[in-house]
Design a protein around this ligand. Structure first.
Ligand SMILES: [Zn+2]
Length: 506
């Protein structure tokens, strides 16, 4: 008897018969239909329904809890006003409608990280709906619909005594995270590739960080994403069998998992097989999605209105008040900086990636030439920030210190190599670049007569190089410039040295 390849899910149920992806040839016949669900923790000081701190990382287990978030009987939740405001702000940034009436509901299910036996969430009357997010993928515009942005509470965390739940002898529950305000952003299935899905997430995260509601940490899970993926024959409107993918903890993981899943599904369909509606988890080490549970029977969460919370009536005056607190969003800011400072679209996108970067660029570009500011921020400063793992605005030098340094460079007081050395030296310690230059006599040597004397000495001492240059070997000039720079302790202006050497050797 032939052996059948069957996959058994985490719950022991037999699920999909999975053909491993082998080629890309099957993929081109199909179009991917991808929708993303994002859960983003809100940066409020307290939890969603109690006064406990919403900061839960690095705290002793269960130290950050109270009767409300422990789900003890007889307690009453109170809605966090700031969380509602942040969610409305997010919804507005995503072009959503804000209905004048919204309510919370109980989503009932049993799991040890959920002490009440239900999660307070929103079911049929979410805080917002019908929005969209626009961005570009490989130069082509994409508009992805936003079904809804609603508000709920996070669960606690489980620590399994073993690598995975299946082999664990016991599991420990930590409820510090239980009740942290959580926003769910449900996207329409408008994405058609793994690249588009990644770009959607990058842009969404950027907006949440710009408006200051979320810290965007995928690794620690304050910004997490699940994906629904199906395939259909290109040109068809029919929807295929949907597979949900979980456990993607980086943009790279999202891209790889979706690419894998598209190829897996295409291989199954091209081979005449059928797909099973199921949940699959991305396993980074294997570079594959693995069946977790079949979804043949939809969960029945027995949603009903939360009886302990009043419905919320958010009138248009409230919504307008929140709208007025909206900062300039990244796409608009990139566009404006492009026009104001003559940046390329690429440079504008890089310089506005984070709000702090855009702030730094605008502050610098108002004091030194815009191109100089852009070159330094995207070159030496970016490299240093990356290497030392400290952003400019958090460094000792700071934006003001860098502005002072670039003013010295722009005025010709110091040369490029000196500026670079000072940047590296003062980046963490900080200090006034002008004072350091004064103190150590780092000012540029721009006395032509003094420099000419050095140039003549160098030419005399390097007769061979001088002869080479006179014989037409341009490269020889570089050696002579280097010698003059060395003789001046790096303080000469390289362009001036260049000119003087050429004049002397003419
Ligand atoms: Zn609490």
């Amino acid at each position: 008897m032939a052996h059948l390849a069957i996959a058994v899910g985490g719950d022991g149920r037999v699920s999909a018969q999975t053909a491993e992806p082998q080629t890309n040839s099957a993929v081109s016949a199909y179009e991917a239909v991808i929708g993303l669900e994002v859960h983003a923790q809100l940066l409020t000081r307290s939890k969603m329904f109690c006064a406990c701190s919403a900061e839960y990382i690095g705290k002793p287990a269960n130290s950050n809890t109270c009767p409300v978030c422990l789900g003890l009987p007889g307690v009453l939740p109170v809605i966090n006003r700031q969380a509602v405001e942040y969610t409305v702000l997010t919804a507005l940034a995503l072009n959503c409608e804000i209905p004048e009436f919204t309510k919370f509901d109980r989503k009932n299910y049993f799991y040890p990280d959920l002490p009440k036996g239900y999660q307070i969430s929103q079911y049929d009357m979410p805080l917002s709906r019908n929005g969209w997010l626009e961005f570009e993928v490989e130069g082509a515009p994409v508009r992805c619909g936003i079904t809804r942005v609603h508000l709920e509470e996070d669960t606690g965390t489980l620590h399994h005594a073993g690598d995975v739940l299946q082999s664990a002898r016991s599991s420990l529950v930590d409820l510090n995270r239980a009740g942290v305000p959580l926003m769910e952003i449900v996207g329409e299935p408008d994405l058609r590739s793994a690249e588009a899905a990644r770009e959607y997430l990058v842009r969404l995260r950027q907006i949440l960080m710009y408006i200051g509601v979320n810290d965007g940490n995928l690794e620690q899970g304050s910004f997490r994403c699940d994906a629904n993926v199906s395939l259909r024959v290109r040109g068809s409107d029919a929807l295929g069998t949907k597979v949900e993918i979980k456990n993607m903890n980086s943009f790279r993981a999202v891209h790889r998992a979706l690419q894998y899943e598209i190829e897996r599904q295409a291989a199954v369909l091209a081979g005449g097989g059928t797909l099973v509606q199921e949940t699959r988890g991305w396993v980074e080490a294997r570079g594959a999605t693995v069946s977790q549970r079949s979804k043949e029977y939809a969960h029945d969460y027995r949603y009903f209105p939360e009886p302990d919370l009043p419905p919320l009536a958010l009138d248009s005056a409230y919504t307008e008040r929140v709208r007025r607190t909206m900062p300039e969003l990244p796409a608009a800011r990139a566009q404006r900086l492009q026009e104001k400072f003559g940046l390329s679209a690429y440079d504008a996108a890089v310089l506005t990636a984070a709000r702090e970067d855009a702030d730094a660029y605008e502050a610098l570009a108002s004091q030194v030439p815009a191109k100089l500011a852009a070159n330094w921020l995207m070159g030496d400063v970016a490299a240093l920030a990356n290497e030392r793992r400290v952003a400019l605005h958090r460094s000792g030098l700071g934006v003001d210190g860098l502005a002072a340094l670039l003013r010295l460079l722009d005025a010709g007081t110091i040369n490029g190599p000196t500026a670079k050395a000072l940047l590296e030296e003062l980046y963490e310690s900080g200090g006034d670049p002008a004072a350091v230059v004064q103190e150590r006599g780092l000012g540029q040597l721009d006395d032509e007569a003094a420099l000419l004397a050095i140039v003549d000495e160098v030419i005399a001492a390097n007769a061979a190089a001088a002869a080479d240059f006179r014989a037409g070997k341009e490269a020889a000039l570089g050696r002579l410039v280097g010698q003059v720079m060395k003789a001046t302790g790096g303080k000469a202006q390289p362009q001036l040295v260049n000119r003087l050497l050429r004049e002397r050797l003419a």
